[in-house]
Design a protein around this ligand. Structure first.
Ligand SMILES: *Cc1c(COP(=O)(O)O)cnc(C)c1O
Length: 222
């Protein structure tokens, strides 16, 4: 196996063992490989190893890296995991299959307009500002119910909730809170868990984990 294939297999095995501990099926969890700032060659190695879901956070970077890769791997699914400006909605709808960072009515409107124009409808996750941090994206907890109603009344399919816990704090209580919000609002998908905390996220119900550095960085250094 190549180095990349070995890492992919070991991350998949960690996800599967966390799922089994929680009496979940490993195939309930989608692994998104986060390739922001990574080269086409690094992405190519993951594609060759069988990975198909990828996360990126910059429209321009996706426009530069992905058209030629997509042409050769048409079954790739691209996930937008970064803050999205409303004026990039047309490009985002053209490039991404799934958007994890929907967090405000103006962006919802822009995406609805863009998808009607393009005849292409991305799935959306509503990003929740789970730690109520001023500098972070995500809808405020108090605004979540009304915003979910708005998304449900739109043509965009609501896939779930997404969150990033505050840095430097034990993340499990935030994952549990996001799972509770999803149950309360009858939302199925939970996009939570990154390189440092995806096992806990899977045990607490993540259906999508977004993993970057664990693919690319020396484990001894992280
Ligand atoms: C960069 C990023 C990730 C991946 O983080 P790692 O710690 O490198 O696994 C996941 N989600 C979002 C929103 C990110 O920006």
């Amino acid at each position: 196996m190549t180095d990349t294939a070995t890492r992919l297999a070991s991350i998949r095995e960690s996800i599967a063992s966390a799922a089994r501990l929680a009496r979940r099926e490993p195939n309930e969890v989608t692994l998104v490989a986060v390739t922001k700032t990574r080269s086409s060659q690094e992405i190519e190695a993951l594609l060759a190893a069988g990975q198909r879901h990828f996360g990126e956070n910059r429209v321009q970077e996706v426009e530069a890296k992905w058209p030629s890769l997509r042409a050769r791997y048409p079954d790739v699914q691209l996930h937008c995991i970064g803050r999205l400006q409303s004026n990039k909605a047309d490009a985002a709808v053209a490039l991404f299959d799934v958007i994890h960072s929907l967090d405000r009515p103006t962006l919802l409107d822009a995406l609805v307009t863009a998808s009607a124009k393009a005849g292409r409808v991305p799935q959306v996750y509503v990003q929740v500002n789970i730690g109520e941090e001023e500098q972070k994206g995500g809808v405020a907890l108090a605004d979540l119910p009304a915003f979910l109603d708005q998304v449900r009344a739109s043509p965009l399919p609501l896939a779930g909730l997404m969150a990033m816990p505050p840095i430097g704090v034990e993340p499990s209580s935030y994952f549990a809170l996001l799972a509770k919000l999803a149950r309360r609002h009858d939302v199925i998908g939970l996009s939570m868990g990154m390189s440092g905390d995806f096992r806990a996220a899977v045990m607490l119900g993540a259906t999508v984990v977004r993993i970057g550095s664990a693919f690319f960085e020396n484990p001894a250094a992280t």
